[in-house]
Design a protein around this ligand. Sequence first.
Ligand SMILES: Nc1ncnc2c1ncn2[C@@H]1O[C@H](COP(=O)(O)OP(=O)(O)O)[C@@H](O)[C@H]1O
Ligand SMILES: [Mg+2]
Length: 394
Amino acid sequence: MREIIEFFESLMKILAERDLWKPLATVGGFIAISAFFLGRSYQKWRVPHDIAKLDRELADCKVQLGAHQAIEDALAKDDDELWKFRTTRRSDDLLGKLADSRVKIMTLANLKGGVGKTTTTASLAAHFDSKGKRVLVIDLDYQGSLSAMLLRASGRRRIDGSLADDLLSGNLHGEKLVKYAKDLEHKANKGETRLSRTKLITATYSLARLENRLMLRWLSQHETEDIRYNLARALLSPEIEQKFDLVLIDAAPRLTTGTINALCASTDFIVPTILDGLSTETLPGFLRQTKRLIKQELNPHLELAGVVATMTEEKHLKPEEKTERENVARWVGEEWGASGHVFDTHIPDRTALGKAAGRDLAYFTDLGENGAQGFFDRLGAEVASRIGLTYDCR
Ligand SMILES: Nc1ncnc2c1ncn2[C@@H]1O[C@H](COP(=O)(O)OP(=O)(O)O)[C@@H](O)[C@H]1O
Ligand SMILES: [Mg+2]
């Protein structure tokens, strides 16, 4: 400290002795005034630039806010409106493959739950497998009922993750898909082999989260590919053509990402319904959506294989069921014209079908012409002739 004080004292002394105060003050003053004016000019130049930058940032924010608002509005609309949010980038190449597909791809869908979609999917798989067809069954309902039903029926207890997540996100296709799909082959008590030609893509609840994520990314334009065709891209491959004759897809009772994908990848679809007013009330809307949103905009090759009545009176329909069947036939005709169809075969309300669920397939336990097996064999034969699948249906 003492050294510093001494240094300043000697500096003052030198300045005083040599009379350097005046020039030093002049130079200092000049520097201060120049700095002041330079500072002011810099401010004058910088402020407009800053304002322009802020304006640009504000405009970006407004665009982003507008996009968020549009997404929020879209999410508040009906599901079919939501799926029209972005313009469709239809790939003619992909849809051409669907038109030429040797493998029939069929979705079972209805916006109502509890109408027999899952039971019909599993039973048709068992029917076509028993007729020698190689079937790929895909569970696209996040509730995973089809997975549980088929795995339990084939003596397996655990679902072991959701293969449908990988399939929908585009990570499971070609050889990998064939390799990872679950084998359902098993020996029954009496020694016969069942479901030896059927493989399953499982679903669990995690599928719902994946579907939401994919949908939001698509809405906010983060996805370059149109995610509505992810399943079509995975299924329309030479490996699937070689390994399977038929793909059966069980859809959720809503136009979820999975259901949209299923309908965009299908050659045909079946609508199971109970013939009561409560179950059929959403049918006209669903037939309209599948025609106008899917057939006319997204997948021109989709055909309605038919509507099948489930849980009906045993042999002949009750008068109320007959009336409802006539209504259904009219709605089908109004939307799908001459190509619409209501199957002659109806699936009666059978305790065996309800009871078997979760343990076995009634197709294997309720045998004979008048059993569940008989009903689904007749329905299967009708379906095959509607979709052009050839086999010996005796
Ligand atoms: N023909 C039928 N007779 C009796 N019960 C049935 C029949 N079809 C389905 N069920 C039962 O009805 C319930 C709903 O069937 P499910 O196939 O799961 O419908 P969804 O897939 O449309 O929700 C299940 O408990 C199922 O076992
Ligand atoms: Mg179901």
